[in-house]
Write a protein that binds this ligand. Structure first.
Ligand code: 3HC
Length: 332
């Protein structure tokens, strides 16, 4: 249905480009990095702000489902690890907001767009985390899907984004391993613990597949974003790679992927698998998922609760500026 509402944005042919756009595209094709002060088409700048901004918001909103479990982690060690992971996500958000700022948009503007519902964050964070096993499934599947998407983005054409991704990917791989480690412990535990792990896989499998975005035929931005090397792979390519990597990991755990049609396909050298329910995906990204209102409400509340602190910082900066000006005056 959504596909009927959106018009696919194909990339421009060379005949349709201005000389400046041709020179820009040639730089992209030679794998040169584009840096902040250099000329870029307005569409390139806007696409980057949209993608980097959404990515930054995903990191920040993504702290909520896991933050919910810090006080209930089963051991002190697990608590310390989860706390560190959630702090890492905040750091990732900040690197990405900084990368977006180099394109001429402030962090405040991006946050305003998030809070008013005019910018998205990843669909996955609109699902609840009901048990401790969900911390395992989130680390294993959600961070696993994020890495699958983000490793190629280390080679993306925009310099600040690419450099932010290099640092983020290093940390994400630890995140995935801590999730898988939780799953291994639970699967080697009591039958009840193993059942919790299976239940978490059942609930997070399709939402994790949705993280890669709609199927290629419904992806509005892929063609142009790939021509500009803002995206390096299509949504379906990455989803396939994720399934191929994750199914053997589930088998190792002794868990069953909740897809009766999952089957190894010798000819394509990958698994055939069932598509997620795309009507659910489009409902979630339109704001109607199980936790959208709660997640956005928590972010808006945090912003409002922090108003006194931002005002204090601004007042302090203004006083320091006044003092510096007075000192300069006295010295003249
Ligand atoms: N959740 C929410 N919205 C999504 C989505 C998802 N999983 N997948 C696609 N969409 C949206 C798109 O933003 C677009 O809407 P818009 O025009 O209003 O922006 C629409 O659906 C159509 O999809 P397209 O395929 O045309 O969109 P893109 O070309 O932007 O591809 C993407 C989507 C693959 C997610 C791409 O934006 C991307 O690679 N982004 C960078 C990675 C990222 O944002 N990751 C967040 C994952 S969570 C995370 O990293 C936190 C970590 O700690 C786990």
């Amino acid at each position: 249905m959504y596909a009927q509402l959106v018009k696919s944005e194909g990339s421009k042919s060379r005949d349709e480009m201005t000389p400046e756009e041709i020179a820009f595209q040639d730089r992209i094709d030679r794998n040169e990095k584009i840096e902040p002060k250099e000329w870029m088409p307005e569409g390139y700048r806007k696409t980057l702000i949209r993608q980097i901004g959404q990515h930054a918001h995903s990191e920040i909103v993504g702290q909520l489902p896991e933050g919910n479990w810090i006080t209930r982690a089963p051991t002190l060690e697990r608590k310390a690890i989860l706390l560190a992971k959630v702090q890492d996500e905040a750091g990732h958000g900040l690197y990405l907001y900084c990368a977006a700022e180099t394109l001429g948009v402030s962090r405040d503007e991006l946050l305003e767009k998030l809070h008013s519902g005019n910018m998205k964050y990843s669909s996955i964070f609109n699902y609840p985390t009901l048990t401790w096993a969900d911390m395992g499934a989130v680390g294993w599947l959600v961070d696993g899907a994020a890495i699958m998407n983000q490793v190629p983005l280390q080679r993306t054409s925009y310099g600040p984004y690419s450099r932010a991704m290099i640092r983020i990917c290093k940390e994400e791989s630890f995140h995935q391993r801590q999730g898988y480690d939780i799953m291994m412990k639970m699967c080697a535990g009591t039958p009840e613990q193993k059942a919790m792990a299976q239940d978490a896989l059942n609930r997070f499998w399709y939402p994790a597949l949705m993280m890669f975005g709609p199927s290629d035929k419904d992806s509005v931005h892929s063609a142009q974003s790939m021509a500009w090397k803002i995206k390096m792979n299509t949504n379906d390519e990455l989803r396939q790679k994720f399934v191929d990597q994750t199914v053997p990991q589930a088998e190792y755990l002794g868990l069953t992927v909740p897809d009766p049609d999952l089957k190894w396909n010798e000819d394509k050298g990958g698994y055939d698998f069932s598509e997620p329910d795309w009507s659910e995906f489009f409902a979630v990204i339109a704001g109607n998922g199980p936790c959208n209102a709660e997640r956005l409400g928590a972010r808006v509340k945090a912003w409002e609760d922090g108003a006194w602190f931002r005002e204090g910082l601004m007042a302090h900066a203004a006083k320091a500026e006044d003092r510096a000006r007075a000192a300069r005056h006295a010295a003249e």
